[in-house]
Design a protein around this ligand. Sequence first.
Ligand code: HEC
Ligand code: HEC
Length: 229
Amino acid sequence: MYRAIGALFLCIFSLPLHSFAQDKAMPNSLTPSSGWNQLSGEKLEALNLKGDPVAGGDAFKICQGCHRNGAMGTPSGAYPRLAGQHSSVLIEQITDIRSGVRKNPKMEPYSDEHVLTIQEIADIAAYLQAVPIQPNSLGIGPGNALAKGENLYLKDCAVCHGTKGLGDAKKFIPLIAGQYYKYVLRELAYMQEGKRGNANPDMVEVVKKYSKEDLESVADFVSRMPIGK
Ligand code: HEC
Ligand code: HEC
């Protein structure tokens, strides 16, 4: 598994990336060869724009009804925390939701191209990345299998999301530390069921093998990871 991922990284870094090499901050796609996260169309356009966090704070107002003030989402997990997420990840997710690759019918009317310009996507991403994460002890799991969750996390997830759950902006790997238990659990279940349309295929390979208890314990562990940034 680790060797396979190593080989994957090698082949990614040998791909021609000059189309966006002018900008050093431009993230490299993790697995363009397998069709995951193709950098084209409005996604590439938004990634190439300079986001204005002040304008982004303004544009985010239409999102707050669900994602809440300060972008903290809801501890029930209905709406994920967006505060502090990497801007590359936010742009990826918003444009995948707009294109329908990731299904999100609730959010669609608030984020489609009639409502949000590509510049606003870049602005919102710049704003959210800088929003401080509020300390929050709600929205964590039941805490009955944390050792198991930690073992699974370190064995299967840390290789991409990092030992602290901070992810990697350049590779579009999200910050997941302290994300709400029920949201994390729902997304993992979607991955298993093939319902998270833009899920990274190498992650799906791992998650597919998990029992319900495995999913619960790893989601619980993730929900309690301190935000170390
Ligand atoms: C009507 C409610 C609603 C509104 C308004 C809304 N969203 Fe969402 N959003 C959701 C839901 C629900 C999810 C989680 C979907 C799921 O379970 O997969 C989500 C997920 C997301 C995600 C993915 C988060 C992740 O961690 O992968 C991003 C990014 C996002 N929303 C950004 C926005 C932005 C930006 C706006 C405003 C332009 C917005 N949302 C407006 C309901 C909403
Ligand atoms: C091969 C690298 C890789 C591995 C291994 C991996 N992930 Fe991921 N993960 C990603 C990437 C890339 C994304 C963003 C793309 C997507 O939506 O799938 C992601 C997204 C997620 C999300 C969605 C976050 C959000 O805000 O919606 C969760 C939750 C998650 N991973 C948890 C896990 C857990 C738990 C494990 C271990 C069981 C794991 N991942 C293993 C790369 C990985």
